[in-house]
Design a protein around this ligand. Structure first.
Ligand SMILES: [Zn+2]
Length: 200
């Protein structure tokens, strides 16, 4: 192999139940990873029974994901669609997957990553550093508000942190981000609480 060939690594993409169709590294240094779902059923939006995804695909969804080697990374997926065989008028449903929310432009892992960046920082700073709109950072914060804490993940409540993040420009409106530092040094987001008023 010529000496000029760059060293390569491969590693698992930590997203459950997908296959990688393509990986692209763009000229401006961004990664675009195209995936497809391995699951072939979803819940009917009307009767809630599990039905087969037999109705093609929806529009491509682009989701900002955790950076790879410090470079912006986007996951692209065309969600599978299903048609209910039993409901009246056979309504169609788009498959939902655990690792992203249908109304969100980010994967859930990226939203959690943004919460960590917000610790000791401001929405404007994170927006600048991540090359994201101000509203995209606020959106991530809002999606975490009163999300249930997964206590099984928490090994250690010894070191709890509370950080206030101003979430509206120029207003005295704050969210409180609760974190716990784990034995291995990782920081878990426990909760994001609403409308904490800044003490004067
Ligand atoms: Zn149905």
């Amino acid at each position: 192999m010529p000496i000029s060939t760059p060293a390569r690594i491969s590693f698992p993409l930590d997203i459950p139940q997908v296959d990688v169709l393509a990986t692209k590294h763009t000229q401006d240094g961004k990664f675009i990873i195209t995936v497809e779902s391995r699951r072939d059923t979803t819940q009917c939006g009307v009767c809630k029974q599990e039905i087969a995804c037999n109705y093609g695909h929806g529009q491509t969804v682009r989701l900002r994901h955790l950076p790879i080697l410090g470079q912006e990374t986007t996951i692209e997926i065309r969600p599978r669609r299903a048609q209910c065989p039993t409901c009246l008028h056979h309504p169609t449903t788009t498959q939902t997957l655990k690792w992203y929310d249908q109304r969100s432009p980010h994967t859930k892992a990226y939203d959690r990553y943004l919460m960590k960046l917000l610790i000791g920082s401001t929405v404007a700073d994170v927006s600048l550093k991540e090359n994201l709109g101000y509203d995209a950072v606020v959106g991530a914060l809002e999606r975490q508000v009163e999300e249930e804490v997964n206590w099984e993940q928490v090994q250690n409540l010894g070191s709890i942190g509370i950080d206030e993040v101003a979430h509206k420009k120029g207003r005295q409106s704050y969210r409180a981000v609760l974190t716990a530092r784990q034995d291995d040094g990782t920081v878990l987001i426990l909760a994001v609480l609403k409308d904490r008023k800044k003490r004067r």
